[in-house]
Design a protein around this ligand. Structure first.
Ligand code: NAD
Length: 292
């Protein structure tokens, strides 16, 4: 049976280390990192997510600002708020919650954020820095996924890694991070031929597809490490349930280690957002980031 990779416990430890770093910045350098989150509209999942971000930001001792704007907010007004936050010296991280209402051009808004404050890592400057091996703010879920893989396997160098999914938010940045760890990386996607055959090569599988329980146990190399990024809401036996992109029941029989859903990658995302905010704050202040 596969070892369970406990993302919830890892994220809690990480938040503890972040809280220590924040305390050190306050006492030694006299400032408090601050994160502004902007939510446009009433999407219920986004509201819960933004509230959780704010709560955890305060819990690690950072400043938190929530800007809740109505769905009717114009693109110009949203851009004006981003510009105000870019200029605010107390704010070191800006996150605009996606998806935005259809009348707003998300790409335009994301590229208006100062790359130094882009704690979601979606600005093309940060994406370009990551892909050219430079210091960058990197998207949170990919960072959290690779942290869990390293925590489980130690050094990733030389491993065959298969990433399923090529989105800008997860698949591509995960692949870049694994490349930087010296893995041999394959990116599989919806047009990949013989996906089970490709996945069977992998020592490390990262599934970011958005298809419930697609990856089966008999697709895996015995002992492979499986990081399941998928979060899919399904109904089973009349009850609403969250499942990953991997069929947990069959995968746990073959894998060496596997993340559960929920409780695997999910809790890592906000922890990595806080991690990025501390990193951004230190870079803006021109001081070394404390160990976290
Ligand atoms: P997306 O829809 O943008 O991308 C999905 C990718 O999967 C695409 O690149 C597509 O080519 C690929 N794909 C689709 N069908 C496929 C198939 N049959 N075979 C192989 N590849 C296929 O999704 P995303 O934003 O990258 O998210 C992926 C999953 O991760 C979703 O379930 C999402 O909810 C979850 N997610 C979780 C977190 C978290 O915090 N844990 C964060 C972001 C996304």
């Amino acid at each position: 049976m596969a070892k369970l990779i406990d993302g919830k416990a890892f994220a809690k430890d990480l938040r503890g280390r972040i809280a220590g770093a924040v305390q050190e910045l306050k006492t030694k350098h006299g400032f408090t990192p601050g994160l502004a989150v902007v939510l446009v509209g009433e999407d219920p999942a986004s509201r819960v997510y933004v509230a959780n971000k704010a709560k955890q930001t305060v819990e690690v001792g950072m400043n938190s600002w929530e800007h809740r704007l109505p769905a009717s907010t114009s693109e110009a007004d949203l851009l004006a708020l981003v510009e105000k936050l870019n200029r605010d010296p107390a704010c070191h991280g800006i996150l605009v919650q996606l998806p935005l209402p259809k009348h707003i051009d998300s790409a335009k808004v994301l590229s208006a954020i100062d790359p130094a404050k882009d704690v979601d890592g979606f600005h093309v400057v940060n994406v370009g820095r990551l892909s050219t091996g430079q210091e960058a703010l990197v998207a949170c879920t990919p960072v959290g996924s690779v942290m869990l893989a390293k925590h489980t396997l130690g050094k990733l160098e030389g491993l065959e890694a298969v990433v399923i999914g090529r989105s800008n938010i997860v698949g591509k940045p995960v692949a870049q991070l694994l490349l930087a760890e010296n893995c041999t990386v394959t990116i599989a996607h919806s047009k990949t031929r013989d996906l089970p055959g490709v996945v069977r090569r992998a020592d490390l599988v990262i599934a970011a597809v958005g298809r419930p329980e697609m990856v089966k146990g008999d697709w895996l190399k015995p002992g492979a490490c499986v990081i399941d990024v998928g979060i899919n809401r399904i109904e089973r036996d009349g009850k609403a349930r969250l499942v990953g992109d991997c069929d947990f029941a069959s995968c746990e029989k073959v894998a060496g280690a596997i993340t559960p859903v929920p409780g695997g990658v999910g809790p890592m995302t906000i922890a990595c957002l806080l991690h990025n905010t501390v990193k951004a704050a230190c870079a803006i202040k021109g001081i070394a980031t404390p160990a976290m």
